[in-house]
Design a protein around this ligand. Sequence first.
Ligand SMILES: Nc1nc2c(ncn2[C@@H]2O[C@H](COP(=O)(O)OP(=O)(O)OP(=O)(O)O)[C@@H](O)[C@H]2O)c(=O)[nH]1
Ligand SMILES: [Mg+2]
Length: 389
Amino acid sequence: MSGNFIDYVKIYCRSGKGGAGCMHLHRAKYLPKGGPDGGDGGKGGSIILRGNRNLWTLLHLKYQKHIMATDGGRGGQSRSFGKDGEDRIIEVPCGTVVYDGETGEWLCEVKEHDERIVLLKGGRGGLGNWHFRTATNQAPRYAQPGEPAQERTVIMQLKVLADVGLVGFPNAGKSTLLSVVSAAKPAIADYPFTTLTPQLGIVSYRDGRSFCMADIPGIIEGAAEGKGLGLRFLRHIERNAVLLFMVPATSEDIPGEYAILLRELEKYNPQLLTKARILAITKTDAIDEKELKKMRASKKMQKLDLPIVFISSVAGTGIDELKDALWTELNKEQNQVIEISHAPIDVTVIEREEPEAQEEEEPQTIYLNEVDEEWDLDKYKGIGWDSEN
Ligand SMILES: Nc1nc2c(ncn2[C@@H]2O[C@H](COP(=O)(O)OP(=O)(O)OP(=O)(O)O)[C@@H](O)[C@H]2O)c(=O)[nH]1
Ligand SMILES: [Mg+2]
């Protein structure tokens, strides 16, 4: 199961270069000086990302190390155009964020179904010499080269879209809650790190309304430094409107545990702390009534400045109250997630789940990355290149 959830891939992408324009002078019997008739080169293919709501992981891209669009064809004589290169469309799940593979800089994000983003544009085709005929130069012996291709290694990360994210130490009862409020069937067990990959569940609420909940692996103190499963799963709650913190009633120090969780979140992305939070005290069936009452009344708990709900997934208590609290927070205007900023990623940290695959040979052709914004025609005049036509 866990092997099928891929939320990180690194791919080398290259668009197609534009085809060269043709330099050709028309000649025919009795028409020795027919004039220039070199056609334009074709456009290079682009690399395009397209959101697809039917995809849930980046698994289909796991073994794709290179994605390249084809080059545009050369222009021909008799003003014939070169063939356009073919685009390559990369289908990705909604919520895919793309970073530069070398610098870690954020590039773009595909949020919606069918949304298209041109990652690398194909080069424009060069103009044939027919375009350059003038009164004073009736037989131009030059044509434009095609624009070069663009290349880039990109890292794609999936950040799943859910309304509520569950945050807690291992064994806090996160997966158990998800299994009780939704149809999801996450693995539940009495040992830490049962959950290794994020799980989503749809929670049905009253009157046919529903919201989406994401269960992520447990977090421990020092996760930001890589302890446990680290913090990389937190990216799946970056987009949640509400974070549900979960601490078992049996914990020695509930406020302390909550503080550790907050600290780890902050280390990952301080923006996470701007989200609405609710604290669920779980496993209330495991302590007796008196203790529970004491806990509810305790000053330490009241000092925590957030809504607290006491639940037991096993006994089914407090679940409706929890759903009400979540629904209320979800519908507050200020909790709508409109835009989140994606911190650049540290590309020197090799992702645990993606041991660097055997580096394949880089393709031989290297193209310049810079593309002339303005066609400077003068630059190409008189070069006489492309004269083999
Ligand atoms: N008594 C009691 N036990 C519970 C309750 N909820 C969960 N548990 C138990 O707590 C243990 C851990 O539950 P999980 O739901 O797997 O915990 P988790 O937070 O998902 O743990 P990780 O996936 O490891 O992070 C299991 O043995 C559950 O049966 C509850 O409400 N009451
Ligand atoms: Mg779990």
